[in-house]
Design a protein. Structure first.
Length: 278
């Protein structure tokens, strides 16, 4: 279960209809009963369905059909359906369409990466970052999880990940990492590195996770072997530029996690919203 507070949905609704729908009122059609059906224009995974259903209900529509979130659907197959007045349908349908399309785009891109990992017969996980567009965290993470990803890091308060941008403030970065382990004994310490030498250094310093930034697949594979010879329990992340065109090669390196932001940025997945009067 991914928790989406009602207040979040109310804020989304308020963005598009802060007061009233001028067009529907001007045409005198507010009370005319109607039906809305949502379906993908092509085969693919569709997510955001539960959020869409809750938004339909929020404005008073009766949800008469709902598919399973994140499942694969054929083109033209209904994923969500509701009935109610023209006023209620027009107050929310575009917002629901945006959520379905944006969410499904992310879910399909995650699926594209996991497909490459499976083809490589790897057990690596896809982890999505916090590099989503501000304000879209709830929608983005929900969509990624439905695609089979895990959350790399939901926010700064969740985990310890030491970047070079942190180390520039440390007189002795290696000693600082050792101190961080003592300061937060319940948390794993992750350190992002740019080369093999840095990685080995922080493994010896006790880092639990080494995040290899923009290592090419050959260099990463060699590093994984050396790292595991030093400490078999160290977790190796591959990060930087991971997408559906290179995930297969990175999966073959035996890295534990493929960290990506790529899934957030791409075309929405087209969803048709068919509206008719009853």
């Amino acid at each position: 279960m991914f928790y989406v507070p009602t207040s979040f949905l109310e804020n989304i609704l308020r963005e598009d209809i802060p007061y009233n729908d001028c067009t529907t009122e001007a045409l005198g059609i507010s009370g005319v009963p109607g039906k809305i059906s949502c379906f993908p224009k092509k085969d693919g995974f569709v997510s955001g369905i539960e959020m869409g259903a809750r938004l339909f209900k929020e404005v008073g529509l009766q949800v008469t059909g709902i598919g399973k979130d994140g499942d694969f659907y054929s083109a033209g197959q209904t994923v969500l359906e509701a009935r109610g007045s023209a006023e209620k349908i027009h107050s929310i349908y575009k917002t629901v369409q945006n959520i379905l399309e944006y969410s499904s785009g992310i879910t399909n891109r995650v699926r594209a990466i996991t497909k490459q990992i499976e083809a490589a017969n790897s057990k690596a996980k896809v982890a999505v970052t916090r590099k989503h567009f501000p304000g879209t965290k709830t929608i983005s993470l929900n969509a990624a999880l439905l695609g089979g990803a895990i959350v790399h890091r939901a926010g700064l308060s969740e985990s310890i990940l030491v970047f070079d941008q942190h180390r520039v403030f440390c007189k002795d970065p290696v000693s600082a990492v050792r101190m961080a382990k003592k300061q937060e004994p319940e948390k794993k310490i992750a350190v992002e590195v740019e080369n093999e030498e840095e990685g080995i250094q922080y493994i010896h310093a006790g880092a639990d996770i080494i995040q290899c930034e923009r290592f090419n697949p050959e260099a990463l594979k060699a590093f994984v072997v050396k790292a595991r010879n030093i400490r078999n329990d160290v977790i190796i992340n591959a990060a930087g530029g991971i997408n559906d065109t290179n995930a297969y090669e990175y999966a073959l390196t035996c890295a534990d996690v493929l960290v990506t932001s790529w899934v957030y940025f791409g075309r929405p997945f087209d969803i048709k919203m068919r509206i008719s009067s009853d």
